[in-house]
Ligand binder design. Sequence first.
Ligand SMILES: [Zn+2]
Length: 430
Amino acid sequence: MTPYHAGMDMDPNEPAAPGTIRSLNRSLVLDAIRRGGPTSRAGLARALGMAKPTVSDIVAGLVAEGVVREGPITRRGGPRPGGPGRPPVVLDIDERHAYVLGIHLGVHDTTVALADAAGGEVSRRRIPTPHLPAEEALREVGALAREVVVRAGIPRRRLAAASVCLPGQVDIDTGTCVHAPNLGWRDVPVVGLLGAALGVPVHAHNTVQATAVAEHAEGSARGARTVALVYAGTGVGAAILHDGILFRGAAGLAGELGHAVIPGLDARCSCGRHGCVETAASASSVARAARDAVRTGSPTRMAALGDGVTSLDVYAAAEAGDTLGQALLGEAGRTLGIAASWLVNIVNPDVLVLAGGLVGAGPHVIDPFRAALDGHAAAGALARLQLRTWSLGQDAKVRGAVLLALARTQPSVRVAVTGGQSSPTGRIGP
Ligand SMILES: [Zn+2]
């Protein structure tokens, strides 16, 4: 697993990490073990420029806590190569010392994944999202998550944290879903409700942000320094990461690209305004436009489907040569490309990831997207830009939730540096 930088969503209200040099050294040791794989006390001391007794003391504490284990065989390395003299005792993260829950609460489905301290998934369950009042829906999701932990045979005390991502504006500091139009939620205390059900710290994030975190750590943007992700599914959103740090904004609401207004568009948006990007560049807007066209008698092979046309039907029609289907997808791609050009000009990313269900329409969406991006973004920003589509697909959402939960439980990850360049102390301080 790519080391993951949790600094991106550090909670400013969290008490400052205790102490000090010792806790900083502990983080550095833990992080070096995590990133470097199996290593020895002497190797750590050399790599970190610390005194051996200091390293030994910290390692003894980590071993006693069960966070780190020692032995000749490790999950990543296998047996150490032989050499002269006594082989060093090898240290590695014990992935069983803690577990986290990642929960993706989607408009249609909800997925709960239980993962170990190394991010390896132990169990996963998916159910249709309960369409109930928010409090009851979260009670059901909490019960499902508890059941996943029990069935996996993981002792409750080993469960360290949970993260939930959902399709809406989430205030990271208060753990409140401010507004999730596609769920019909407003001002829902998600973290409070799920935390009460699970009995561990819970954090809530926007699904697009979680998707970007997963694509950066394990997917198509791996290793990229500055990443912008544009998501077009039921809704539209965006997320930005730099040096592995998620740009969260004042309250975690950064990236609301779907609710930026494009002059000339006038459809009413789920957010209550008119002309938002989401009204013309989402899977739901494509399906709605197709239903409107069918209703007004436009010639199309979707006519027989009447009011039941979905975005998948539009894609199937476009594939079969239906010009209306092709035009609708093309218009969605074009609108999305214009919106993405704003992001590219402002952020100047190395990698722009196009994600979400609409990506499934392939060239019908991606070609006009690329053309609009090329036609609207600044040449300088385009010069170094690599456009990629998401590689984890729908899995990215729950994987992002797992990674965000892990980051919260492992303070050492805060000083991890992505991309292999180590300047850990550069992450701390003002
Ligand atoms: Zn809107």
